[in-house]
Write a protein that binds this ligand. Structure first.
Ligand code: URA
Length: 204
């Protein structure tokens, strides 16, 4: 593994950070992905939303949460009165990890080392945006931000602190909601909406 810190000094703006990310060789995920997907949104955002990693569509578009999970997020955020455009939306891991299956690319969860290597980029985004609140969606974001991915369903709806003290509001991931059987989805979506409303209220 090469250490991209050697070639990538800490960036002083989000565009420079994005350019630096394009040369990231911290872990092998860059090799098969189309491109890295940097976070997106205003530098002045009070809320940072952190997901897992780009999916198939995000990998092609170069933007976070534009595929099915992003569309569900947008719908539920709209219902909760949370303005996504005002938030900085990003991922714990910046490259799409997948297994090729014919014409399809099957999502693979990032492992501990990949999450640890990519935290450098998330930390850079956090240092530039300085959000008042971070919404961690799913176990990978939770692990990256708090050091532990255990007990997501018991921890959702709670606020924990990142090592630097930033409040982390915990939620499930929209892809998890998409995978639930139809009988379980309305209740899980209602809880997710509650978490988004809580984020809105914490910033009001
Ligand atoms: N899932 C994520 O965690 N992030 C994205 O950007 C898209 C899907």
């Amino acid at each position: 593994l090469q250490d991209s810190r050697i070639r990538t000094p800490p960036a002083d703006d989000l565009d420079a950070l994005k350019r630096g990310l394009e040369g990231c060789r911290r872990c092998p995920l860059w090799q098969d992905a189309t491109q890295p997907v940097a976070g997106c949104g205003p530098r002045t955002a009070r809320l940072m939303i952190v997901g897992e990693q780009p999916g198939d569509q995000e990998d092609l578009a170069g933007k976070p949460f534009v595929g099915p999970a992003g569309q569900l997020f947008d719908k539920l955020a709209g219902e909760a009165g949370l303005d996504r455009q005002a938030a900085f939306v990003t991922n714990a891991v910046k490259h799409f990890k997948f297994l090729p299956r014919g014409k399809r690319r099957l999502h693979q969860p990032p492992n501990r080392q990949e999450i640890d290597h990519c935290r450098w980029w998330l930390d850079q985004e956090r240092a530039l945006v300085k959000p008042e609140l971070i919404l961690a969606m799913g176990a990978t974001a939770l692990e990256s931000l708090t050091g532990s991915r255990k007990g997501l369903l018991a921890r959702r709806g709670r606020v924990e602190a990142a090592p630097d003290g930033t409040p982390i509001l915990i939620a499930t991931h929209p892809s998890y909601l998409l995978r639930l059987p139809p009988s379980e989805r309305p209740q899980a979506e209602a809880l997710f909406r509650d978490d988004l409303k809580k984020a809105r209220q914490m910033l009001s």
